[in-house]
Every structure is written in structure tokens, then in C-alpha cells.
Design a protein around this ligand. Structure first.
Ligand code: FRU
Length: 434
């Protein structure tokens, strides 16, 4: 199989524009509801199968969230608590009979503290192990800031249980590290003190039936010493000069493959994974492509990732939101940016940080969390007016139309739709029903 490293070029990114109504999140109501007053949550994902479909378990919807407990319930320090949330991040879960935002019940921590080999639990995915009854795997990022930046895609496994009253979990007592930044396929801490290496997203490739894992990474090489050439530039307009700072944008989307047979036995240890060349780089464009995930639809392969306004480099800019790329040739590309620019759904310029960490499911439903929402009519860039979110945003739907996407529906806060029920009586097809 031919594999390409596709590029998000400077010329592509020059086409990114905020506030196109087909690629912009709706402005969220200042009076949005909070799921639980005692906890602040951000990156969230639904319980799914290895094919990407959101599943219910015994009639319950289940989601995981990065979380911190609120220390000050009077909310007087909420701004500080929210902005230091990564220092205490753990993975918690919610369950609901309906998948409606108002019904989510907070279940507390998912992993036992004995599983914590580093202080922070960051993003990943919660997956029912195929053909293994109630076994679930929480793929996540084990993270520490000191003494050096460490970030290791990892997995903890357990069991899911449910009865008429709710959902609970067993196991999750230990963590297995999957792979580390190697300085060859992606930048390691020696090459880039700010390297990103996180957010594992395992899936089955419908073309070969093998299990792969996507992750956020940076281009291998010394930070600040990249050359931006014609491949990174694309076709630039006359007179456009690439800013010297462009080379500080070195995001990539990495991919590793799991040995055949290892998925079934739940062996996700380091010697079972092989890292491959990255699927996509944004060298010269942006320094972060986070939470990469994949959707197979109508014979096309869609690669989605979230990115920030603040991580664009050089003369480029774009909104916080979800970006995407499409391949006619399966997982290994080549990919071209959706909507020509890559932008799929950005925040409106009147509320530039209202949502983040968008996740697109195979039916096109997009879930995100509310970050900070300016009071209507105030300066959108003045944080003094912000209401902190720390809860789920309205779910929206996008239509995937070849290499274009369109915002088509707005649903309830934290609404989740399932594509399948678990357990199932038959083996899964590799390609999810479209
Ligand atoms: C996205 C993200 C992820 C990371 C987590 C840490 O919002 O930056 O890349 O795992 O948040 O909070």
C-alpha cells in the first residue's frame, strides 16, 4: 500500500476565513445550562466501537470527559480554576438513558488512581473491545510537565456494567504505555521542548481490517530549524512573502499500526505497535493538530483534527475549531483540505473561544465543550466579560459532501446519538453502515 505524507499548505490555509455560515459554530446562548455544578469538564467523547460508531450499552448512553472538581463552588475563582485545569485533569464519565444534555448523570473517576503512572490524564477514546463481552479500553494520554515534558499515549482496560439505575466500571487498575515520540517519525522532547504527542485514536482500517492508531504529533527535527520550501508553501499569490516565524508551525498527525492478533488479546504494549510516517503535516502553517480522528463515509476517508487560532504561525490565522481533510484512496491518502482551506467548523468572531475539542462522529454529529463565552455586545477579546463554560456545547450536525462540508443542524446541549447498540449478536462488518 502506498503511503503519503500529505500537507496542509500555507496556500491552503490562506483560504481559511472565519464567519462563513456554512463553516461556523452558532453563537451559544449566554444562559447555557451546566451539566453538573461540582465539576468542570472539557474534551469529551462517546463510548464507541473500534469502527468509530457511537454505541449504547444495555440501553445507556455513556461519555467520558476530561475533568477537574470545582474547588470553589461560589465560582469566585472559576477563571483561575478553569485556566489551570490541566494540572489536575482526570478522566471521568457520564451516563444517560436518552443521550439528551439535560439527563447526563456524573459517574466520577473512570481510572483507579493506581493506574496513574503520571500526574495527568489527557484525551483519547473509550472503546468497547470487539468480541469480548463487556471489556472496555480507555486509550488516553499519560502526561507530566516536569522534570521534562512527557506525554505518552497509553491505555487502561476494564469492564462496563449497567443495571436499571445506572452505569459503573470495574478494572482500570493499571496503565500500559503504547509508544513514545521517537525523534524519527515525530519530534521528541530533545528536538522540541514544546512537542505534542497525545490523543490516541485507534480504529480499524476497512481496507485491510488492521487496527491503527492516530495521534497528535510534531514534525521530527529541531524546533526553529525547519526550511519552508515549495511543498509547504503550495501555490502562493504574487508578492506573498512567508514570514520567518512560519517554521515554528510544525504540527503533524501520526499513525501507528498494531500487530495482527494483538487487538483481540488486548496486548497494546510497546513492542506490538509500529510507528509509520505521519499522515499529514502542517509545517509552516500551525503547531498543533489535536485529537485527530477518522470517519469513513460514502467511500471517502475523512481525517478531522482540532486546532487553535493561537497556534497558527507566520502570517496565517484562523479560528479555533475543527479542521478536516479528505482522501479518495483510503487511510494513507493523499489528503486534500476540506472546503479548500481545511476549515470545517470554526468559532464565530463574536465569540472566538466559545467552543473547542470538536469531535465528528460517523453520522456527522459534532460534539464540543464550551470554553469561554463573552457577554453579548461586549468586546469578544476581553476575558473580563467571559462566562466560563466547562460543560458541553450544543451538538451540531454537518453534511459531508465529497470535499465540502456544510453546517446543517443544531441540536441540544451535549446531545449524543448512537449508531449501534452493544452487545451485538453478530460480528461487525469492517466498514460502518453509511
Ligand atoms: C485538546 C487538548 C488535547 C489534550 C487535552 C488536555 O483540548 O489540548 O490535545 O489531550 O486538551 O487538556
Amino acid at each position: 500500500m502506498t503511503s503519503y505524507t500529505s500537507r496542509w499548505t500555507i496556500a491552503d490555509a490562506l483560504k481559511v476565513h472565519a464567519d462563513d455560515p456554512t463553516t461556523t459554530m452558532p453563537v451559544i446562548d449566554q444562559n447555557f445550562p451546566t451539566m453538573d455544578e461540582a465539576v468542570m469538564i472539557w474534551d469529551t467523547g462517546a463510548l464507541r466501537n473500534i469502527h468509530g460508531q457511537t454505541v449504547t450499552f444495555k440501553g445507556w448512553y455513556v461519555i467520558w470527559s476530561l475533568a477537574v472538581d470545582k474547588v470553589d463552588l461560589t465560582n469566585s475563582n472559576i477563571y483561575d480554576e478553569w485556566h489551570s485545569r490541566n494540572n489536575g485533569a482526570y478522566i471521568g464519565y457520564w451516563y444517560s438513558r436518552t443521550g439528551n444534555g439535560a439527563d447526563w448523570q456524573w459517574g466520577g473517576r473512570l481510572l483507579e488512581t493506581s493506574a496513574d503512572i503520571r500526574p495527568h490524564e489527557w484525551s483519547g477514546g473509550l472503546i468497547m473491545r470487539e468480541g469480548m463481552g463487556n471489556v472496555v479500553d480507555m486509550f488516553y494520554t499519560s502526561e507530566a510537565d516536569s522534570p521534562v515534558n512527557q506525554s505518552v499515549p497509553s491505555v487502561a482496560s476494564g469492564q462496563i456494567y449497567a443495571d436499571a439505575n445506572g452505569v459503573w466500571f470495574g478494572g482500570f487498575e493499571t496503565t500500559t504505555e503504547m509508544f513514545s515520540a521517537d525523534g524519527v517519525h515525530n519530534a521528541n522532547a530533545q528536538q522540541d521542548a514544546y512537542f505534542d504527542f497525545r490523543d490516541p485514536h485507534p480504529f480499524v482500517n476497512p481496507d485491510d481490517g488492521r487496527v491503527y492508531c492516530l495521534y497528535e504529533s510534531n514534525v521530527a527535527g529541531m524546533r526553529g530549524q525547519f526550511t519552508i520550501g515549495s511543498e509547504e508553501e503550495g501555490v502562493l499569490p504574487p508578492g506573498f512573502s512567508v514570514d520567518a516565524g512560519a517554521q515554528y508551525g510544525a504540527a503533524s498527525i501520526g499513525i501507528a499500526v498494531l500487530d495482527d492478533g494483538a487487538y483481540k488479546s488486548g496486548d497494546f504494549s510497546r513492542d506490538r505497535w509500529t510507528q509509520l510516517d505521519p499522515l499529514l503535516t502542517a509545517l509552516g502553517v500551525n503547531d498543533q493538530m489535536e485529537r485527530p480522528h477518522i470517519v469513513f463515509s460514502n467511500g471517502l476517508t475523512y481525517l478531522f483534527t482540532i486546532s487553535h487560532h493561537s497556534t497558527y504561525t507566520g502570517n496565517l490565522s484562523g479560528p479555533d475549531g475543527v479542521y478536516g481533510f479528505v482522501s479518495e484512496n483510503g487511510v494513507f491518502g493523499p489528503y486534500k483540505p476540506l472546503n479548500s482551506s481545511g476549515l470545517v467548523l470554526g468559532n464565530p468572531s463574536s465569540a472566538p473561544y466559545e467552543t473547542y475539542s470538536h469531535f465528528v462522529d460517523p453520522a456527522g454529529y459534532v460534539q464540543a465543550f464550551i470554553d469561554t463565552l463573552p457577554a453579548p455586545g461586549t468586546d469578544p477579546n476581553n476575558p473580563d466579560t467571559y462566562r466560563i463554560g466547562a460543560t458541553l456545547a450544543p451538538t451540531v450536525k454537518i453534511e459531508l459532501d465529497g470535499d465540502r462540508t456544510f453546517l446543517s443542524e443544531v441540536h441540544g446541549y451535549g446531545q449524543v446519538y448512537a449508531q449501534a447498540a452493544w452487545p451485538v449478536g453478530k460480528a461487525w462488518d469492517h466498514r460502518p453502515a453509511s
